[in-house]
Write a protein that binds this ligand. Sequence first.
Ligand SMILES: [Zn+2]
Length: 226
Amino acid sequence: MYPDICVGDIQQIQQDLTVNDMTNELDFDFDAGELCLDYANTAEMHASQKPDESLHDFEDLVTWGQAAGLVAPGRAKDLRRIAREHVDEVYAFYGRAIGLREAIYGIFAQTAGEQMVNPEDLALLNQTLRQALPHLQVISSSMGFNWGWEDDPQALDQIIWPVARSAADLLTSNNLTRVRQCADDRGCGYLFMDTSRNRSRRWCSMESCGNRAKATRHYKKIRKTG
Ligand SMILES: [Zn+2]
C-alpha cells in the first residue's frame, strides 16, 4: 500500500506541521522483537484488503522515530522545522519511508510463510541501504565503541536508516527462522520474533487474535456436536 499524495494536500500538511510541533498521543506497538518488524507493523490488519494506516504523514513518522528511540526530542524539532521549509522534500521522503515499510513487510511476510521474496522488495531495501550506509560510523563513548549514525540535522531520511539496517541484519542472521506472522484469518498480518522455547507461537497475542481463534474453534465444535 503506497500513499496517494496530491498537490491539494500541501496546504493542509503545512498547517498540520505548524500546529503539531510536539509529540502527539499516537500509540505505537514496539513488541515485535526487532526494529524493522515494529516498523512493518505500523499498519494494522496489514494482510487484509484494508490495512489501517498509523503513519499518516511526516509528523507521524517523526513521532514514531521518537517513540522508537531513533530521534532525540531536539532533533525531532529540527526535522519538523526543516519539513515546514521543504514541503516537496517531505512528500518525497514520506513516500520513500512508506515504500520501505511495505517492502520490509513483504519480505518478512514472505520469509515467514517460506515463500520466495519479491525481488522488487529486496531491491528497494538495497536502494535504501545504499543511501543509509555511507552515514554509518563507529562512535566512541565511555563504555567503548559502537556503531552509530552520522549526526546530520538536515537529513530527513535518518529516521529510516536504522530501520533498513535492522532489516538487513535480520535477513542475514540465523534469527530469520524465528520471524512469524500472526495466523489470524482476518488478515491481522502482525510480524514478530518467535522467542518461545519450542518455536510454536502463532498469534500476535493471545489476548486478541489467539483468543478469537480459540473462541471460533470452540463455537464450531459446539455447532458440530450440538
Ligand atoms: Zn494478530
